[in-house]
Design a protein around this ligand. Structure first.
Ligand SMILES: NC(=O)c1ccc[n+]([C@@H]2O[C@H](COP(=O)([O-])OP(=O)(O)OC[C@H]3O[C@@H](n4cnc5c(N)ncnc54)[C@H](O)[C@@H]3O)[C@@H](O)[C@H]2O)c1
Length: 258
């Protein structure tokens, strides 16, 4: 193996990805497989799995008992988890004047509480199994850092606008990343975030007018291709990032720079 391959390698690392059957989750699972990892995908929905070669577990991250059970099962099977990627996330798109308490709670629960439950279960098992090194990567968003620019959305092909609660939970994820980076450093666990900009969905592409507006707003003049996100995640998971913790890498074509 060359110097660079070795530095970025995830060979034989056990990687758990939440939200594994979604758009980004599937791309991350595939990328980790190609980087040599043993990949465990967890999701509340397992029937639509698209990636061959990964081990799947059904898990609702908002259910603490279920999280403890599933993470316990994964640890019992693999004897370690090297990398946890908290990717499961949801949003709501109704205008804020019409936001229901149920929708507000749902986004809070999946994005923040679910991420917390997974970190808590992982760290408790990490201690129990006396592991010596770990990496947690939380998926944030540009909207954890800047407000959505409503001029990008269109009445024609994208009338929905991203919500205040989505942004608040993603800002919370970025802060929680810093908290755990500090408080888990002594145990050898690095904690970082990757915050993507809007990702083009090849299976169900966003409308052309929306893409045009997004391109006008983004310095790189386009949405992200889904394959452009895993590089930062693999970097943070690998030995290349052995002295990097508490950071939030924006993968957004410069969207958040103005
Ligand atoms: N797609 C984008 O443009 C974009 C941009 C920035 C950030 N993100 C973030 O990337 C992550 C993945 O987004 P995506 O676009 O792939 O979304 P997606 O909807 O395609 O996938 C999300 C996955 O999470 C799962 N999930 C939802 N609730 C869950 C729960 N309670 N327990 C376990 N799994 C649950 C869903 O079943 C789904 O498979 C999210 O955190 C999202 O906020 C996405």
């Amino acid at each position: 193996m060359s110097y660079l391959e070795n530095l970025f390698s995830c060979k034989d690392k056990v990687v758990v990805v939440t939200g594994a059957v979604g758009q980004l989750g599937a791309v991350l699972c595939d990328a980790f497989l190609r980087a040599g990892a043993k990949v465990v995908g967890v999701d509340q929905e397992v029937s639509q799995n698209k990636v061959e070669g990964i081990d799947h577990y059904k898990l609702d991250n908002t259910d603490k008992k279920q999280v403890m059970k599933v993470f316990g099962d994964i640890m019992a099977k693999y004897k370690k988890i090297d990398v946890l990627v908290n990717n499961a996330g949801v949003s709501t798109f109704a205008p804020f004047e019409e936001r229901t308490e149920e929708d507000f709670d749902w986004v809070m629960d999946v994005n923040l509480k679910g991420t917390f439950f997974c970190i808590q279960a992982y760290v408790n098992l990490y201690d129990e199994y006396k592991l010596k090194a770990g990496s947690i990567i939380n998926i944030g968003s540009i909207f954890g850092v800047v407000s959505p620019d409503f001029r990008v959305y269109t009445d024609t092909d994208c009338p929905r606008k991203n919500s205040e609660i989505y942004g608040a939970t993603k800002a919370g994820i970025i802060q929680m990343t810093k908290y755990f980076a500090v408080h888990l450093a002594d145990r050898g666990i690095r904690v970082n975030a990757v915050s993507p900009g809007g990702i083009l969905n090849p299976e169900n592409p966003q409308g052309r007018d929306f893409q045009k507006n997004y391109g006008f707003r983004c310095p790189m003049k386009r949405m992200a291709k889904e394959q452009e996100i895993p590089g930062a995640v693999i970097y943070l998971a690998s030995d290349c990032a052995s002295y990097t913790t508490g950071q939030n890498i924006m993968v957004d074509g410069g969207f958040s720079c103005w």
